[in-house]
Design a protein around this ligand. Sequence first.
Ligand SMILES: Nc1ncnc2c1ncn2[C@@H]1O[C@H](COP(=O)(O)OP(=O)(O)OP(=O)(O)O)[C@@H](O)[C@H]1O
Ligand SMILES: [Mg+2]
Length: 363
Amino acid sequence: MAKVSRAAIEQAIQRWTEPYLGMDLLTAGTVETITTEGRRVRILLRLGFPVERYQVQLRAALVDAVTAALPEAEVAVEVGWRVTSRAVQAKLKPLANVRNIIAVASAKGGVGKSTVAANLALALADEGARVGVLDADIYGPSQPRMMGVAGRRPESPDGKSITPLENYGVQVMSIGFLIEEEAPMVWRGPMVSQALTQLLNDTRWQDLDYLIVDLPPGTGDIQLTLAQRVPVSGAVVVTTPQEIATLDARKGIRMFQKVRVPVLGVLENMSIHICSQCGHAEHIFGEGGGKRLAEAENVALIGALPLDGRIREQADNGRPSVVAEPEGRVAGLYRQAALRTAAQLSRLAAAASSPFPRIVVEE
Ligand SMILES: Nc1ncnc2c1ncn2[C@@H]1O[C@H](COP(=O)(O)OP(=O)(O)OP(=O)(O)O)[C@@H](O)[C@H]1O
Ligand SMILES: [Mg+2]
């Protein structure tokens, strides 16, 4: 039997677009080695995002794609992954023990940022990543409740730094731990920035691949403080269909572009209504708004979540959908969004570490 040629294998790999990277694995630079022995082909992948759960499906899809093009080949795929940090704005000092900071933001309030932040964090942790959530919503912290750690107090072993709490394998820090739940939040701008700076400086994260920052709505002090104090690797902009109809979602995207934080993608929330009685799905605000927005702004659409009462119930009761119903449809949608977010970030990281001189375009 003739040996399968390397060129033919490479061509076969290139015929399959990996859905989260949005490109084939060879072009994405994730094929570490290809070894052949007669008909036997062994492909070793090294991905820049966590795939502990996803790798079973990934391996099967790649084996299928290569076998379809080369029916004579006996294909085996091995998968490894490692999250590297994306080199960001040079002047900012990275946070200790944090490889990547991902901001979850929106221009408008109540669109589901906190719910998305919690579920993305849990989904990334399920894929094997080390994840933390920083609740930067000084006015209305939600993460203590959503991550099921309300009422607990973090400890400060040295009297200076604070050890985040942990639940469901995710580290959690929130201004909500340091203030009374019912305390009126009448804070002036400088106080707000100071509180966030203190949270950023004093939290002792334990070796994180991703720190997900749950931002308050808008494009104000907190957002600027974050972008100016720490290197933010990328942002996820959450929008609802109503927001897409107005210009608010665009405002959110533009703000990050101005402070040079790459927008990893747009997540459309509450796009389809699922009837709690019959399960019927309906696009009450029309279809495809998120997709059009993402295309117009040249960013990825990382997901679309339905308006589903269980999402609210589960998050508000401290068990977000990814842990409440880990194999459910909704959890699956959050998992896909998380993989897409992490894959987009890994592409930026790979591009930044390429051996070619980088072209820097100044405004
Ligand atoms: N897809 C969804 N379906 C149903 N309810 C949802 C969905 N996403 C979020 N919710 C619920 O909507 C409410 C607002 O969500 P959330 O607190 O995540 O929004 P937010 O953008 O963080 O709000 P804020 O701007 O106040 O920080 C919560 O009660 C949440 O459980
Ligand atoms: Mg919130």
